[in-house]
Design a protein around this ligand. Structure first.
Ligand SMILES: Cc1ncc(COP(=O)(O)O)c(C=O)c1O
Length: 254
């Protein structure tokens, strides 16, 4: 290990391989001989478009993301997705189910309440967010627009380890703190489950990754349909921030 570095196993940002950091360092002043850093080049230029395309290709390969799924790289952090998800997906149903097993799930549910009804299907606050209620005890609504859960609640380290079974209702997974930590079967989840990255044609699977305020969202074909509905709904929702508007536009235009 390079001199002076510490072992950092924190739940949030933690250690990266020295080779990766050295590559970033080398390319900082002059990316791959282009004569400039990534921050200085045109976002429409062939160099940057090449970087973006390669990032998407690598992600698709690593997670076996089916071609019909959209991959979005969006700004704003995972917290912004807490708004973008209900704004894009609530649609005419106006209600969604939330499995609250920690602080992040709690924040997501409260955000949904601003635009519709975020039903709390389970809440483990009584255990100080150290447990996951048994699926038999969840009060899922078959008419919910989607089910949201946090696959790994970062603060207390509560991780599902399995994909919640939610019937035909689209499943939304916040995997901000365990995304890419293991292989996920995006394409072959049973149609009756949702998604941990699940989601077959009629389902929606989505994940958010928050790193340096960049998120990756994997959007299933169903999700695209829901977004179209969400866009119409947007006309009727008073947006609280400009970011909300732009975020919804981002989803809807992909
Ligand atoms: C599971 C989870 N969801 C959401 C967030 C919020 O991410 P951001 O700070 O990018 O908004 C975090 C941040 O640590 C997180 O761990």
């Amino acid at each position: 290990m390079a001199e002076g570095r510490v072992y950092n196993f924190s739940a949030g940002p933690s250690m990266m391989p020295v080779e990766v950091l050295e590559s970033v360092q080398r390319n900082m002043l002059n990316w791959e001989g282009s004569g400039m850093s990534v921050m200085e080049m045109s976002h429409r230029g062939k160099e940057f478009v090449g970087i973006a395309n390669e990032a998407e290709k690598n992600l698709r390969e690593l997670l076996d993301v089916p071609a019909e799924y959209k991959v979005l790289f969006v700004q704003g952090g995972a917290t912004l997705q807490f708004s973008a998800i209900p704004l894009n997906m609530l649609g005419a149903k106006g209600k969604a189910d939330y499995l609250v097993t920690g602080q992040w799930g709690d924040k997501a549910q409260k955000e949904c309440d601003k635009y519709g009804k975020g039903n709390v299907v389970c809440n483990t606050k009584a255990s100080k967010y150290t447990s996951i209620t048994k699926p038999e005890e969840w009060k899922l609504d078959a008419e919910a627009a989607y089910v949201h859960y946090c696959d790994n609640e970062t603060v207390n380290g509560v991780e599902f380890g399995y994909t919640p079974e939610v019937g035909d209702v689209p499943l939304v997974a916040d995997m901000s703190s365990n995304f890419m930590s293991r292989k996920i079967d995006v394409a072959n989840m049973p149609a009756s489950t949702q998604v941990s990255r699940r989601m077959l044609a009629q389902q929606a699977w989505l994940s958010t990754l928050s790193a340096l305020t960049l998120q990756m969202v994997l959007k299933s074909p169903l999700c695209a349909q829901l977004t179209a509905v969400g866009r119409q709904q947007l006309m009727q929702i008073p947006c609280t921030t400009l970011q909300h508007v732009s975020q919804c536009t981002s989803w809807a235009s992909t």
